[in-house]
Structures are given as C-alpha cells and as structure tokens.
Write a protein that binds this ligand. Structure first.
Ligand SMILES: [Zn+2]
Length: 256
C-alpha cells in the first residue's frame, strides 16, 4: 500500500536498507539513553540518509486508489477492520475508521511511560516535544523502533480482531516481520479464509486459500467496485462482476 504512494520499502531490491545498509538494531535503547540528544538531532535534521529519504517520502505521500477502496469496503460493511504495519497514516487520511497500526503512526507522538498518543502536526518538528502532560515521561514518535516492543494495547486489539475474523485479506505484505505476520498464521489456524493480494510470491502464498497477483491499488479498487452496493454494475459493462473476480482469483491463484 505505501509503496504505491511513493514510500520506499525497507527490505527487498530497492529497499532503503538494501541501498543504504542495515540500520542499527538498538534504536530504542539509544533513544532511552539520551532522549534529549535524540530529539535535538531530529530537530536539527541530523539523521541517517535512509531516514531522510523516508521522512521526505512521508511528507509527500498521499492516499491512492487502494486506500480509498479499503475505506469504501469498510463503509459497505465488507471489511470490518484493518491491521497495518504501515506507519504513514494514509489509511486514516483516506477515511478508514477501524484501524490498528501495529508499528505506530509517524504523524503522532507516544509517551514511553503511559502510552498516551498525541498528534505530531508536522512530520519534522521544529522543537523537541514537551514531556507527557499526563505522566511527565519523555515522548517519542509513535512509530515502533528497533528493540522496542509493539505496545501491548495495540497487539491485544489486533489479536481480538484476528480472533473474530472468518476471512483475512493479506495485502502487500511479505509476511516476514513479526509480530504482525504471526497474526496471519493464527487466523489460519482458527479456520479463517486467507486471501493474498500481492504482485509477488511470498512465504504466505502456498498456504493461502486464494491468491490475487496484482498491486494493492488495482485489486482493492476492483473488489470495491464489485461489492459497493451503491454501484449498479449492470449499467456498467466495463466493471467486473463477482463471477469475473472469482474466475480471476482462481486463474491467478491456487485453490478457491
Ligand atoms: Zn505519559
């Protein structure tokens, strides 16, 4: 989803870490050792090159057709909840209501004491943020750093949604980063139907019930156009009917 809004991935051929080298794996402990110095460097734009590229991409990013399609699917009642590893906040901008951002949201701050989240405003703050107004502890970007556990309230909420799911769309994920990837295996073990939407094969592919080999924006837009009750597809010969989607799925994927 993020890639189609111009945000580079971390891993893979053109990923930030592939091009700039792997990041330090102890980001969170470095932050905790010296939060004031950490923020001072951010405010003064003293950052690694890959972080500067990511920051600039986040500033420029806008929701694409896939984000809007997900919001439409939610509004139509076809999607109950979205769990994302993306940090760009574009799902919210597109109007999604029921959203869990496992790795946080780069447009927010979070207190490391009580977990309270507040709006950041600009992606690049002019000043280091004030301590938490609720408990007085230091605050950081809401995004989860290396060495930092995913906040327990976030994982608890994600697990609750997975436990309720009869069908999970796995959109554009390599399914290789825990703990989010583990949720897919939990859903599968609980009997949920798993549908992969991804232009590439992943480690999830062989165990999915349905595979749609397409980019997120294209596939979600087609699903939304089929399932949106407001749209009279009979009047629109170019739109895909449900039977077309089903045959496309089985043609491109494994078993249906
Ligand atoms: Zn606090």
């Amino acid at each position: 989803m993020s890639v189609e809004s111009g945000i580079p991935t971390f891993r893979g051929k053109d990923g930030l870490w592939t091009r700039y080298g792997p990041p330090p794996m102890d980001g969170f402990s470095r932050f905790r050792e010296d939060p004031a110095g950490w923020w001072e460097r951010r405010v003064n734009r003293e950052m690694d090159d890959h972080m500067i590229e990511l920051r600039d991409a986040l500033i420029a990013a806008r929701p694409h057709a896939g984000h809007h399609a997900l919001a439409a699917l939610e509004q139509a009642g076809a999607v109950q909840h979205v769990i994302t590893q993306n940090i760009d906040g574009l799902d919210l901008k597109a109007g999604l209501k029921n959203l869990i951002e496992i790795h946080g949201n780069r447009t927010r701050l979070r207190c490391i004491g009580c977990g309270r989240r507040t709006a950041l405003g600009d992606i690049v703050p002019e000043e280091p943020p004030e301590p938490c107004g609720q408990c007085g502890q230091v605050v950081k970007f809401d995004t989860v750093m290396f060495g930092e556990p995913v906040p327990s309230d976030t994982m608890k909420a994600a697990r609750e949604q997975i436990d309720r799911a009869s069908c999970v769309l796995a959109v554009g994920t390599s399914a290789s980063v825990r703990p989010a990837s583990g949720l897919l295996w939990i859903a599968m073990s609980q009997g949920a139907t798993i549908i992969e939407i991804n232009p590439f094969e992943t480690k999830l592919t062989s165990i999915c019930d349905v595979v749609i080999r397409a980019r997120a924006g294209e596939a979600l837009s087609q699903l939304a156009s089929v399932l949106d009750p407001e749209q009279d597809s009979l009047d629109n010969p170019d739109s895909m009917h449900e039977s077309d989607v089903r045959s496309s799925m089985s043609r491109n994927g494994s078993r249906l």
